[in-house]
Design a protein. Sequence first.
Length: 116
Amino acid sequence: MNPILNQVGTIFIPVSNIEKARDWYCDILGLPADGEILFGHLYIVPMNGTGIVLDSKIYSKDTIFKTPPFHLNTNNIEQAYEYMKSRNVELTTEIEHNHWFNFKDPDGNHLMICKC
């Protein structure tokens, strides 16, 4: 019997400033930024499903994501794109195939939003 489950628990995102990253991620996700920063370098973003942990201890220019390691879901890709534009998020693609687009967080991590 294999003891390893076929599920992803949490994704760690390297960030340079844990407070600024918490505020930015909570802002774009429409969440309150009032959660506790653990051990001075970790913030658990309250997500539905697979978790996201912001971690300033693992940050370096070499650890930022150069390609999206996951995507955030949306039911309306056009609204999501316009929302991110209105938040002055650095968009790195247009909406591709009417299905997804990429953007960067303030530390340069490449991320994706995809229509589910």
